[in-house]
Design a protein around this ligand. Structure first.
Ligand SMILES: Cc1cc2nc3c(=O)[nH]c(=O)nc-3n(C[C@H](O)[C@H](O)[C@H](O)COP(=O)(O)OP(=O)(O)OC[C@H]3O[C@@H](n4cnc5c(N)ncnc54)[C@H](O)[C@@H]3O)c2cc1C
Length: 408
C-alpha cells in the first residue's frame, strides 16, 4: 500500500522523534513515509546527547555494538564549574542499563544511522527535501499532508499523520491544537570556535554569576552555547562584540587565543528557548510527538531523550494496530496519557533550573556554589537522582512493538 501518494502512516519531520517513530513502525511492518524538509541532517543547532535510555533502546533493537562504533565521547559523570568550583551533579555509574554513560555524538550521525537501518525495512520510505506545508482534511479528520518538494507540491494521503516537526510545527498549527506557553527566561547564542590539542578533554559547562557557557566537542571545533537573558541580544549587540568576547573568556579563559574568530555577528546565531505543551496531542488522524507536542529547553540536555521516548511509546501502543487498520482518536490519546506526566515533570524541573540556578537569586551568590547544588557536595548519594532523571528520564520506555521479520 506504500505508494507515493497513499500510505498507512506519514511522519512529518525527520528529527529524533520522527526517525525513531518511522524506524519502529516500519520494523513492525507498518507502511510509513517520513518527510524531512532539509536535504540532509547536518545542522549546527541539534543537540548531541545520546542518553543511557536511548543506548538501552539500541541494545534492545540489537543495534548497540554497531552504533557505538561511530565516533563518540562517553560522559560518565556530569560536573559543572559553578563560580569557579567544580560540582559533581550526576553519576551514571549505578544506572540499571548496559551503558552507564551519555554518548556525545553529532546528531546527524545518529539520524543517518537510524535512516540507514530503517531503509532495510521494505515498508519504510524516507523523502528528504519534502516540507509539509499543510494538512489534508476530510470533514474533521486529518487524512494526509501537502508537501513542498523540489519538483513542486504533492499530496500524500495516510490513515495517520504523525507530527514530529519540532518546535515550530506546521502540523499542530494547521490542526488548531491549543498550545500552553510556560515561558523561559533565557535564550542561547550558538557559535563555533576552533579546538586545540591542549584544550580540556571533554564537553564542559561553566556557570558564573548567572552566566552559562557550554562547549560541545565536534572534531576540530567546539559548538559553543552561551546563555543570555530572554530577548537580550539587542542589548548585547549594543555593548559590542569585544564585550561579548570578554564575557565568554571570563567563563572559559582557555578560549582567549581564538575568541577573535567571532569577528562578525553573522557567525553568532540566536536560538530562542521555549517551554510549552499542547493541551491535546492529537485529533482524528493526527498525533503530535516530541518537541511538537512539548518544546523543551536545553537545560539538562533531555529533549532528545524525551522525543525518542514519545516515539517508542507511540510504536508500542499503535504499531500492531496500524499494521491492520487505522487507529481511533481514543487510541491516539493513550500516547498522550502515557507520556504527559514524564514531560510535565521534566519541564517543571527545567523551569526550576532556569529560575534558581541560571537567572534567579541563586545565580548571584557571589563566588559561592548556588544552594541547591551545594546539596550534591554535602550528600553525594543525591547525585543518583539527577543521574536517573537525566540518564533515563521518568518512566523510561522499552521496545515492545512487534518485529515483522520475526513474524515472517
Ligand atoms: C539551543 C538548544 C540546544 C539543545 N541541546 C540539546 C541537547 O544537547 N540535548 C538534548 O537532549 N536536547 C537538546 N535540546 C532540545 C532538543 O533539541 C529537542 O528537544 C529535540 O531535538 C526534539 O526532537 P524532535 O524530533 O521532536 O524535534 P526536532 O529535533 O526539532 O526535529 C524536527 C525535524 O522536523 C523537520 N521539520 C520541521 N518542520 C518540518 C516540515 N514542515 N516538514 C518536514 N520536516 C520538518 C526539521 O528539519 C527537523 O529535522 C536543545 C534545544 C535547544 C533550543
Amino acid at each position: 500500500m506504500n505508494s507515493e501518494n497513499r500510505t498507512r502512516c506519514v511522519v512529518a519531520g525527520g528529527g529524533p522523534a520522527g526517525m525513531m517513530g518511522g524506524y519502529l513502525l516500519a520494523r513492525a511492518g507498518v507502511d510509513v513515509i517520513v518527510l524531512e524538509k532539509h536535504a540532509d541532517f547536518f545542522r549546527d543547532f541539534r543537540g548531541d546527547t545520546i542518553h543511557p535510555s536511548t543506548l538501552e533502546l539500541m541494545y534492545e533493537l540489537g543495534l548497540l555494538d554497531e552504533f557505538l562504533k561511530l565516533p563518540h565521547q562517553e560522559l560518565r559523570e556530569i560536573r559543572g564549574i559553578f563560580n569557579g568550583h567544580p560540582v559533581p551533579i550526576a553519576d551514571f555509574s549505578r544506572l540499571p542499563t548496559h551503558c552507564k554513560f551519555i554518548a556525545f555524538m553529532p546528531q546527524w550521525d545518529f539520524l543517518n544511522f537510524l535512516a540507514e537501518k530503517a531503509k532495510r525495512f521494505p515498508s519504510f520510505v524516507l523523502r528528504m527535501e519534502h516540507e509539509v506545508v499543510d494538512l489534508l482534511f476530510d470533514n474533521d479528520r486529518v487524512v494526509g499532508v501537502r508537501a513542498k518538494t523540489p519538483n513542486g507540491e504533492r499530496e500524500i494521503r495516510a490513515d495517520l499523520v504523525i507530527g514530529a516537526d519540532g518546535r515550530h510545527a506546521v502540523t499542530h498549527e494547521r490542526a488548531n491544537l491549543e498550545i500552553q506557553e510556560y515561558g523561559a527566561p533565557i535564550d542561547a547564542l550558538w557559535m563555533r570556535l576552533s579546538k586545540r590539542a591542549s584544550d580540556p578533554p571533554r564537553s564542559l559547562g561553566f556557570f558564573q554569576h548567572g552566566k552559562l557557557l557550554v562547549l560541545l566537542e565536534r572534531g576540530d571545533y567546539f559548538q559553543v552555547g552561551f546563555v543570555i537573558p530572554k530577548g537580550g541580544l539587542d542589548e548585547i549587540k549594543k555593548r559590542g562584540l569585544s564585550e561579548l568576547h570578554r564575557e565568554i573568556v571570563r567563563l572559559g579563559p582557555f578560549l582567549q587565543d581564538r575568541i577573535g574568530e567571532l569577528d562578525d555577528w553573522e557567525k553568532i546565531k540566536l536560538l530562542t528557548v521555549q517551554i510549552n505543551r499542547l493541551k491535546k496531542w492529537c485529533r482524528e488522524g493526527l498525533l503530535c510527538i516530541g518537541d511538537n507536542a512539548h518544546a523543551m529547553s536545553p537545560a539538562g540536555g533531555v529533549g532528545i531523550n524525551l522525543a525518542l521516548q514519545d516515539a517508542v511509546a507511540t510504536a508500542n501502543l499503535l504499531a500492531a494496530k496500524l499494521r491492520d487498520r487505522a487507529v481511533t482518536v481514543a487510541e491516539l490519546e493513550e500516547v498522550q496519557k502515557r507520556r504527559e506526566w514524564p514531560t510535565r515533570l521534566i519541564q517543571g524541573m527545567q523551569s526550576f533550573v532556569h529560575r534558581r540556578v541560571v537567572t534567579g537569586r541563586e545565580s548571584r551568590t557571589g563566588d559561592k556554589v548556588p544552594f541547591p547544588l551545594r546539596l550534591f557536595l554535602w550528600f553525594p548519594f543525591l547525585r543518583a537522582l539527577p543521574a536517573r532523571l537525566i540518564g533515563l528520564g521518568p518512566r523510561p520506555e522499552h521496545i515492545r512493538s512487534p518485529d515483522a521479520s520475526m513474524r515472517r
